[in-house]
Design a protein around this ligand. Structure first.
Ligand SMILES: C[S@@+](CC[C@H](N)C(=O)[O-])C[C@H]1O[C@@H](n2cnc3c(N)ncnc32)[C@H](O)[C@@H]1O
Length: 227
């Protein structure tokens, strides 16, 4: 698979194409283009996340790490219209398309930015992501440790990862890194994808109950709540 779109501004022509897709139970028209992730529609892993994940927090700041043309960010905004959605991506063309798609759908709560432009003091009540596994382990680890600790107390991150691209070892690694303030668990397994839930315990030490997944002990990877 060509992963060049993960790193750069694509060089080929920026030829937009309209697609009709289902997001948040609505049929919507979006634009995609070559040189970004999944330009032909909603990616399979993204679809698993969007189908399985419980509703996001209804207020505060929500984050999509690696927004691409926007299926996750747009869904967050439709499912939590009162919240602010931060959509970040290193790919400039993807950011342009995500911003255009949000504008076309009247979703003015979506802010699309390069990662480094998100204010450093923001905390997120919900993070959803189909993270860029193919950037390699060191870069992926750095990316996740940059954003997941910015979950607000009581907040949850939901990550979809292909099983044969290391979802289970990533789950164990996350649990080891994030430790006792967080719970890391597999909330669902479907079509070759794992849906990982990372919950930051509330100030009283308890993680919020996870919708599709059960709760496990602090920082553990466990079978609790697995499907
Ligand atoms: C698997 S794709 C998911 C795209 C989109 N969310 C979707 O579901 O179709 C991962 C995205 O992460 C972006 N990306 C790669 N490295 C990144 C980084 N360091 N920070 C933010 N986004 C990054 C890629 O450009 C790509 O758009």
């Amino acid at each position: 698979m060509d992963s060049s779109h993960y790193f750069t501004s694509p060089e080929g022509p920026f030829q937009r194409r309209s697609l009709e897709v289902q997001l948040a139970g609505r049929s919507v028209t979006v634009s995609t283009a070559p040189g970004i992730f999944s330009p032909d529609g909603v990616d399979k892993g993204t679809r698993v996340l969007l189908q399985e994940v419980p509703d996001p927090a209804q207020g505060g700041h929500l984050l999509d790490i690696g927004c691409g043309w926007g299926p996750i960010a747009l869904s967050l905004a439709m499912r939590a219209p009162q919240a602010t959605v931060w959509a970040v991506d290193v790919n400039e063309r993807a950011r342009t398309l995500c911003a255009e798609n949000a504008a076309a759908l009247g979703l003015d709560t979506v802010l699309v930015l390069p990662p480094e432009e998100v204010p450093a003091d923001l905390q997120f009540s919900t993070i959803w992501s189909n993270p860029p596994i193919r950037i390699g382990k060191p870069a992926l680890h750095e990316l996740l440790l940059r954003w997941l600790p910015r979950l607000a107390p009581g907040g949850e991150a939901w990550l979809v990862v292909q099983k044969n691209l290391g979802a289970d070892s990533l789950q164990r690694w996350l649990a080891g890194q994030l430790q006792e303030a967080f719970t890391v668990e597999r909330a669902a397994s479907q079509k070759g994808f794992r849906l990982l839930r990372v919950a930051r315990h509330a100030a009283d030490g308890q993680a919020r109950s996870g919708g599709t997944g059960g709760q496990t002990g602090a920082g553990q990877t466990s079978g609790g709540g697995q499907r």
